[in-house]
Design a binder for this molecule. Structure first.
Ligand SMILES: Cc1cc2nc3c(=O)[nH]c(=O)nc-3n(C[C@H](O)[C@H](O)[C@H](O)COP(=O)(O)O)c2cc1C
Length: 302
C-alpha cells in the first residue's frame, strides 16, 4: 500500500492534499459533507486582528474557466476565531494551518503570538497580499518587506511559518528567496491573479470593488510555471495552489516540484472533490508501484 504522508519541516501530514484559505471556511462548514480528518490539512480563512465586513457586493463573478472574487478578507477577527472556531478545530486530527493577514508588521506578529499557544495549530500561512498601511506597498510585492515580516513572525513561533505569495509581481522568485532567508519553513503559491469583468448591459464592473482575484482552472498553467521556477530556486518545500481540480492536476504539480497542494475554487464546484482526489491518488500510486509522495516530487523530465 502506498504511503501518502508527507513531511514539511518536521511536521507530518496524512497526505499532500490541503484545502485553500477562503474556500473552506474554518473547516466546520464542510463537516456535514465528509470527514475532514481525511484531508492532509486545512488552511483556515484569513483572519485579521479585528473582524472585517469585507468589500461591497458583488463579490463573486464567474469567468471563462475561472472565478473572480473580491471578498475583501471578510472574517471573524482574532478574538472570535479563538472563542468560536478553535474549539471545533481542537476536535480534529488533520493538519491545521491558520492563515493570517495584517496591515502592519505588528499585526502579523500579534496574530501569531496570540495563536501560538494552541497545540492543535501546526503552523501559520502568512497572507502577504495585503497593503501595508505604513509603507503603502503590498507585503507580497516587496522582497524587503516580505523578508522582514517572515523574520519577525519566525521570532515568535516554533510552528510552521509559510508565507503565501502573489503571482502579481515581476519576479516571484525574488520574493520566495527573501522569505526563505527570513526563516520560512515553506512557501505557498499562488494567490489569485488580479482580474476584472464587465456587465455589457449595465456597463458596470461585475465586482463591487471593480477588480478582484482570478482563481480556478484558468490560472493552473500560470501556477504550474511559478511552481516550476520557484521550486528550483529555493530549498524549502513549495505548496502549490491554483486551479487544481483533479487527481491528474495534483500529480502534475507534484511532478513539477510541489511538495503538497491546496484545493481552492474546486470546493465550490464539487465540495467532495478533496476526498475523491485523495482516494484516487492512493489508487494511482498503488496501480503504478509508487510507494511514497517523495518518489514523485520534482521528477519532471525537461
Ligand atoms: C472566494 C475566495 C476567497 C478567498 N479568500 C482567501 C483568503 O481569505 N486568504 C487567502 O490567502 N487566499 C484566499 N483565496 C485564494 C485561494 O486560497 C487560492 O490561493 C486561489 O483561489 C487559487 O487557488 P484555486 O485556483 O484553486 O482557487 C480565496 C479564493 C477564493 C476563490
Amino acid at each position: 500500500m502506498a504511503d501518502l504522508s508527507i513531511n514539511i519541516a518536521g511536521n507530518r501530514f496524512k497526505n499532500p492534499v490541503f484545502t485553500a484559505s477562503g474556500t473552506f471556511g474554518y473547516g466546520s462548514e464542510v463537516s456535514d459533507l465528509y470527514d475532514v480528518n481525511l484531508l492532509g490539512g486545512i488552511i483556515t480563512k484569513t483572519i485579521t486582528r479585528q473582524p472585517r465586513a469585507g468589500n461591497p457586493p458583488g463579490r463573486i463573478a464567474e469567468t471563462t474557466a475561472g472565478l473572480l472574487n473580491s471578498i475583501g478578507l471578510a472574517n471573524v477577527g482574532l478574538k472570535n476565531f479563538i472563542n468560536e472556531k478553535i474549539p471545533y478545530l481542537q476536535g480534529l486530527s488533520t493538519g491545521i494551518i491558520v492563515n493570517v493577514a495584517g496591515e502592519s508588521l505588528e499585526d502579523f506578529v500579534e496574530l501569531v503570538r496570540g495563536l501560538d499557544e494552541f497545540n492543535i495549530i501546526d503552523g501559520f500561512e502568512l497572507n502577504l497580499s495585503c497593503p501595508n498601511v505604513s509603507g503603502g506597498l503590498d507585503f507580497s510585492t516587496d522582497p524587503k518587506l516580505a523578508f522582514k515580516v517572515t523574520k519577525e513572525v519566525r521570532k515568535v513561533t516554533g510552528k510552521l511559518v509559510i508565507p503565501k505569495l502573489t503571482p502579481n509581481v515581476t519576479d516571484i522568485n525574488a520574493i520566495a528567496k527573501a522569505v526563505e532567508d527570513g526563516g520560512a519553513d515553506a512557501v505557498s503559491l499562488i494567490n489569485t491573479l488580479l482580474g476584472m469583468a464587465v456587465d455589457i448591459k449595465t456597463r458596470r464592473p461585475k465586482l463591487g470593488n471593480i477588480m478582484g482575484g482570478l482563481s480556478g482552472p484558468a490560472i493552473k498553467p500560470v501556477a504550474l510555471a511559478r511552481v516550476y521556477t520557484v521550486s528550483r530556486d529555493v530549498k524549502i518545500p513549495v505548496i502549490a495552489i491554483g486551479g487544481i481540480c483533479s487527481t491528474d492536476d495534483v500529480l502534475e504539480f507534484l511532478i513539477t516540484g510541489a511538495s503538497a497542494v491546496q484545493l481552492g475554487t474546486i470546493n465550490f464546484i464539487d465540495p467532495l472533490a478533496p476526498v475523491k482526489i485523495i482516494k484516487e491518488l492512493e489508487e494511482h500510486f498503488n496501480r503504478n508501484g509508487i510507494s511514497s509522495v517523495d518518489e514523485i516530487i520534482n521528477t519532471i523530465q525537461t
